[in-house]
Design a protein around this ligand. Structure first.
Ligand code: BES
Ligand code: MN
Ligand code: ZN
Length: 502
């Protein structure tokens, strides 16, 4: 879809549909909605007074113009209660009206800048959010099935101020880049595990690297053996697919030694291994590389935006399958940093592969470290599907991540990491074991990871609840959400030394 800024009056635009907004409880439309209402001889006010259009958040009221306007349809999108309005709601309503208009066969859609001027929402903030909302909300995974509807080919953002066009175009470009990186992550996650193997992930990383001039490395089994990555190799033992440890490096700050480490869990399929999962819903476990996909595409986006910062993405990638050669409960593994792990459940494999990946990151002197992982069902139980679990050993870094997440609308909730729960990870036979008790499972998993970051500032984001959406709503579609991509990019931009330039 092409997104363009044009100067004009929304009521006069030639398009299949024009979109205006309405806050809940407002009886008389104002601004652009009022102009359109007038051209329609008061049809919108009349529908409001009859309670057909209420302005409820993400409702899309369709009004046919029957020739009164150049556009065939006017969509009145509900912005919800004025006092509850946020930038993220702009993304939500845009995703919603775009899908509604796509169903109505609209190919060319014109919209105003929803929310611009509300509080501190500037025109460019709205333009970026509309771009993200449209591209994320219209996403569909069409590789193996024809799409149900034809795409909206063109979206016009209609403004009155000519002098604003350049900054709006820049905002659209940035929104587009972020949405495309997120949609690429979604594609990778939605791809079935017979296609999205560790080798395929390495191939995609190679492509991202060559497109955006990043350094790319891939380590194979022999390399990992030399480095002593017994935990990652232990998980890989049950599979015929070779495991890969993939790294992608963006260097934007030659003057600094500091390199951020973004780590992503890359289990391309999690059957549970010998501690096999129930078969119902097991297909969802192709999503267990969502963290890996997010860090890869985030670094790709950073490579395009070129902030003055250095970042390395590290992706431990393997399948987790049962077989005659598979890891077994009771086995003891030795990690790269020398610690030994007793495997209680082969289904707690994410923390095993991350133990080696984190040890590698520490050895490479990366700092700070941020990992994204579909780590525990317990996190989904604790926080549901809207909030990712946020953990870490450095409150300042946690706050930075949380603030970056707030700007993107990706909801995260900080979880505690009390020392007392470390007891649960104690083993009789090894330095640590890979599962605790039934309770506080997301926390004991985070405490396990903390054992492998030494004193490096580190944040762990458990995306088990948020990586996958069971329903369509706002700019979320069914399936992979691409969670984390925009937060990581936002964080990198905020930490960059040429912050103003990007
Ligand atoms: N990949 C799963 C976690 C998961 C569950 C992600 C549901 C998305 C949705 C992880 O590897 C896992 O199996 N965790 C176990 C840990 C347990 C054995 C300690 C879990 O959550 O049951
Ligand atoms: Mn598992
Ligand atoms: Zn897993």
């Amino acid at each position: 879809m092409e997104i363009k800024v044009i100067i004009g009056d929304i009521a006069q635009i030639e398009a299949d549909a024009v979109v205006v907004g309405l806050f809940e409880g407002v009886e008389k439309p104002s601004g652009a909605a009022a102009a359109v209402d007038k051209a329609l001889d008061g049809a919108i006010s009349s529908l409001i007074s009859r309670n057909h259009i209420k302005g409820k958040f993400e409702d899309v009221g369709i009004v046919h113009t029957f020739g009164k306007l150049p556009a065939r349809i006017v969509a009145v999108v509900g912005l919800g209660k004025r006092q509850d309005f946020t930038v993220d709601k702009i993304r939500g309503v845009t995703g919603q009206f775009c899908r509604a208009l796509r169903k109505l066969n609209c190919h060319k859609v014109a919209t105003i800048l929803h929310g611009a001027g509300m509080g501190d929402v500037g025109l460019e903030v709205s333009a970026k959010a509309i771009t993200e909302g449209a591209l994320l909300g219209l996403y569909s995974f069409t590789k193996y099935k024809k799409p149900e509807y034809e795409d909206i080919a063109e979206m016009l953002i209609v403004v009155r101020e000519k002098e604003k066009v350049p900054i709006l175009e820049a905002a659209i470009d940035k929104g587009k880049l972020l949405a495309e990186a997120t949609n690429l992550a979604r594609n990778m996650v939605n791809e079935p595990a017979n296609h999205m193997t560790p080798s395929q992930m390495a191939e995609i990383a190679r492509e991202i690297a060559s497109k955006y001039s990043l350094e790319f490395r891939v380590f194979n089994r022999e390399d990992m053996e030399v480095m002593g990555m017994g935990a990652l190799l232990g998980v890989a033992k049950g599979s015929n697919q070779p495991a890969k440890l993939i790294t992608l490096t963006y260097k934007g700050d030659e003057d600094s030694e500091r390199v951020f480490g973004f780590l992503g869990k890359g289990i391309t399929f999690d059957s549970g291994g010998i501690s096999i999962k129930a078969s119902e819903g097991m297909d969802e476990m192709k999503d267990d590389m969502a963290g890996a996909a997010a860090v890869m595409t985030a670094v790709g986006a950073i490579g395009q935006l070129k902030p003055k910062i250095n970042v390395t993405a590290i992706i431990p990638a393997t399948e987790n399958l049962p077989s005659g050669t598979a890891l077994k409960p009771g086995d003891v593994l030795k990690t790269m940093n020398g610690k030994t792990i007793e495997v209680i459940s082969t289904d707690a494999e994410g923390r095993l592969i991350l133990a080696d990946a984190l040890s590698y990151a520490v050895k490479q002197r990366l700092s700070p470290l941020i990992d994204l992982a579909t780590l525990t069902g317990a996190c989904r139980v604790a926080l549901g599907t809207l909030y990712s679990g946020l953990f870490g050993n450095d409150q300042e870094l946690i706050d930075k991540v949380r603030k970056a997440a707030e700007r993107t609308g990706e909801r995260m909730w900080q979880m505690p990491m009390p020392d007392e729960y470390k007891e649960q990870n104690k083993s009789e036979v090894a330095d640590i074991k890979n599962t605790g008790s039934r309770y506080g499972g997301a926390i004991t998993a985070a405490l396990f990871l903390a054992e492998f970051v030494a004193n490096v500032p580190w944040v762990h984001i458990d995306i088990a609840g948020t990586a996958f959406s069971a329903k369509e709503s706002g700019y979320m579609i069914k399936g992979a959400t691409g969670v984390g991509v925009r937060t990581l990019v936002e964080l990198a931009l905020g930490e960059a030394k040429n912050r103003e330039a990007v």
